[in-house]
Design a protein around this ligand. Structure first.
Ligand code: SAH
Length: 464
């Protein structure tokens, strides 16, 4: 045991069974986290986080991060699996932070998680979060209650469709409505609510890409408009308070790529971070060492498009090309990874469209790929299940970080439609940015730091 482990155990009195914090992360804006939650996250050894929790928020903390959401390119966790993962880490004596979007006890399945903890005798505490309804209300300036207009509010769910309830409250807030908006509106009207009642749909509340649609119950029932998750539906006369230009929509949304953005006063701007980092520090050395001697590896396994993209970029950067991989078996899981390899002239020896890591492990078993040494290039977040599964087939597994998680998180998700200004901290940020976005919409103001020459920047912006 190191000295710091010793100090830690004494001061925090962690029993052998560890400790679990069930934490509400708030609706999206990373600053909507309680001070208590922040402290617990700083202490945590392991962080298990869901889809609705911002990657930017999670990245601020040191613990091992395990994504338990449903993103396509990663392992899909069922609730049972999440429960056992929490228990497993706790039983190893770890401090576990279970981070959930909004509040853990509002449509958050927090109740199920504590049941499992109770059964296993694991100590825990619950730290509330700002639920989406509160976030949406504040960031759209739609009060949930208002003297003389609305004196009661109900939180309901639009899912499943056959269980939609319409309580007798002045303001109704529906969660989980992305695919059921019309069913909810129909149910509300059939309960006798006037078709003139105002309705607001709030997508991505409190985030830079917050979007609001308003209308009457009657109008929105007839309008065929796609609603994207996460979205809330608010119904009630309190929506008459709504104004297009509210305090949040009036703020400038600035996309910060890399470096230090102190020049932006965060009270005047909404900062959206796009770190544009690729390989950093020790990993760059590891990647180099790996290319210098690939002989120990029998197989390279690519599990995402990004793993291919950044692995090959690093390979080319080292002055080599795909012939360098001639002696290893190349496996790809997921269509995107296979296509990315093909783009570079590589047809994988084995490719599979898996549902999750169980399928990948089955593929290896069925193809007799045991007793090998598998290299898995990927991000700083390692899929431990996959590593365990492949190791159980007597393979040696080496993971190699070729890009930082943020790159992937933000790359696919930042919608430039909502951005007013982009700040580039260096020419390399422009370069990285341009690998993901071919052009910058004309309405966006571009600001560059003085870390590069004007010539350098204009050359980079000129390249298509
Ligand atoms: N525990 C969460 C709710 C989880 S259920 C909470 O307290 O907020 C998931 C649903 O929450 C989504 O389908 C959506 O209806 C709502 N939601 C969560 N974050 C949201 C956001 N930023 N904007 C709009 N709706 C959101």
């Amino acid at each position: 045991m190191t000295k710091s482990d010793h100090i830690r155990n004494e001061s925090h009195d962690v029993s052998e069974k560890g400790y679990v914090y069930i934490i509400g992360a708030g609706p999206g804006d990373p600053e909507l986290l309680t001070i208590k939650a922040e402290r617990a996250l700083q202490e945590a050894d392991v962080l298990l986080f869901d889809d609705l929790v911002s990657g930017e928020l999670v990245d601020q903390f040191q613990g091992i991060k395990i994504y338990t959401g449903k993103r396509k390119d990663s392992h899909h966790f069922e609730q049972d699996e999440i429960n056992s993962e929490i228990v497993r880490h706790a039983l190893l004596g770890k401090k576990v932070a279970r981070l959930k979007g909004g509040d853990p006890f509002v449509f958050g399945r927090g109740g199920e998680e504590i049941e499992v903890l109770r059964k296993n005798g694991i100590r825990y505490e619950i730290i509330p979060g700002i639920t989406a309804a509160y976030g949406a209300s504040a960031y759209t300036e739609i009060p949930l209650t208002m003297r003389k207009i609305s004196s009661s509010v109900a939180f309901c769910t639009g899912h499943p469709v056959n269980k939609i309830q319409v309580p007798d409250a002045d303001t109704l807030v529906y969660y989980m409505v992305a695919s059921t908006v019309h069913d909810v509106l129909d149910a509300v009207v059939s309960k006798g609510r006037s078709e003139n009642t105002k309705v607001a749909i709030v997508q991505n509340a409190t985030r830079y890409n917050q979007k609001i649609f308003t209308g009457t119950l009657g109008e929105l029932r007839r309008r065929e408009k796609a609603v994207y998750s996460p979205a809330l539906l608010i119904i009630g006369d309190n929506i008459n308070q709504f104004i297009e230009q509210n305090w949040f929509s009036a703020k400038k949304k600035v996309l910060i790529t890399g470096g230090d953005a102190r020049r932006y006063n965060s009270m005047d701007h909404i900062l959206v971070h796009f770190p544009c980092r690729q390989i950093e520090g020790a990993d760059r050395e590891r990647v180099k060492a790996c290319f210098d001697d690939l002989s120990p590896y029998s197989t390279v396994l690519f599990t995402s498009k990004f793993s291919v993209k950044y692995f090959l970029a690093a390979l080319f950067e080292s002055g080599r090309d795909v012939r360098h991989l001639a002696s290893v078996t190349i496996c790809a899981t997921g269509k995107a990874a296979t296509l990315e390899l093909q783009k570079h002239g590589v047809i994988p020896d084995l490719s599979l469209e898996p549902d999750g890591c169980a399928d990948i492990v089955t593929m290896f078993r069925e193809n007799g790929m045991t007793d090998g040494h598998i290299l898995i290039p990927g991000s700083n977040l390692v899929d431990e299940y996959l590593v365990h599964g492949l190791t159980a087939l007597r393979n040696r597994v080496t993971t190699l970080c070729v890009y930082m998680h943020e790159m992937q998180e933000h790359a696919e998700s930042i919608d430039l439609e909502f951005i007013d200004e982009i700040y580039f901290a260096s020419p390399s940020c422009v370069k990285n940015f341009r690998t993901l976005y071919k052009s910058i919409p004309a309405k966006i103001t571009v600001t560059v730091a003085d870390t590069g020459t004007e010539e350098e920047y204009s050359r980079l912006f000129g390249e298509a």
